[in-house]
Design a protein around this ligand. Structure first.
Ligand code: DC
Length: 234
């Protein structure tokens, strides 16, 4: 009898601006997989809370709201630079979740255990749809601990701040390097010290430190790891 293959999930985790979104997008293109950036779920939940309560301070209320909100991702329906559509109860919020207000509050929302539980469940459901590259903070440790392939990208805070600075500059957004660095260090602290699903590499993940490496080198390293893992696992 032909062996049944489970839908393949490639888990890419790492801190903010480690290059994981770029890598995940390139890998997805190369392999013909769907690219699912799970951070959008936390951003959409934050947007919903800000709209409903103008604040994210009430953990209980934010959790209840997240549990009753439908957040989904779909292949990009418009060619405007997006990599996927992000839907909040059916409404396209792909760009609204990138606002600085959401940016400012999303770490707090993503530290609420009830919010994580609800969104982890939704991410698992989406993951079951088929071959995909999932990028986040806890994909290899919590969302899909038995994912066949796990990659963890890291880079120093200074290198990540430098990259974010160049990205923003290219988009015409003015922000000082020092301010970006402070915000990255603050987010790292919140993401890696939270009680539930803190940011850390899974024991069986390939850890790549991207300091001083080009994206092509990181892509190359990842692809050879993926091929090797698939061969080993049969
Ligand atoms: O990757 P990003 O900047 O879009 O993530 C937004 C926030 O969501 C960030 O504070 C980390 C959090 N996040 C998380 O806790 N778990 C994930 N799987 C993805 C993102």
């Amino acid at each position: 009898m032909a062996e049944q293959h489970k839908p393949l999930v490639i888990a890419i985790d790492g801190p903010a601006a480690s290059g994981k979104s770029t890598l995940a997008e390139l890998l997805a293109k190369k392999l013909g997989f769907f690219y699912f950036d799970t951070g959008v779920m936390y951003r959409a939940a934050t947007l919903a809370a800000l709209r409903a309560f103008q604040s994210v301070e009430e953990e209980e209320a934010v959790t209840r709201l997240t549990e009753s909100t439908g957040i989904d991702v779909q292949p990009a329906s418009i060619e405007d630079g997006r990599v996927m559509d992000v839907l909040l109860n059916g409404e396209d919020v792909t760009w609204q979740i990138r606002s600085s207000e959401v940016e400012q509050h999303v770490s707090k929302v993503s530290a609420y255990p009830g919010v994580r539980k609800a969104l982890t469940e939704q991410q698992r459901q989406i993951g079951l749809r088929g071959n995909m590259v999932m990028a986040g903070r806890d994909i290899g440790t919590v969302v899909f601990p038995d994912a066949r392939i796990k990659i963890y990208l890291d880079a120093s805070a200074e290198e990540r701040a430098r990259r974010r600075y160049c990205e923003l500059e290219a988009r015409g957004v003015e922000m000082s390097y020092e301010r970006i660095l402070t915000s990255i260090i603050r987010r790292d602290r919140i993401d890696s010290t939270r009680k539930h699903a803190p940011l850390k590499a899974a024991a069986d993940a390939l850890v790549i430190n991207t300091d001083g490496k080009t994206i092509e080198e990181v892509l190359e390293e990842s692809l050879s790891f993926i091929h090797q893992q698939l061969q080993n696992q049969g």
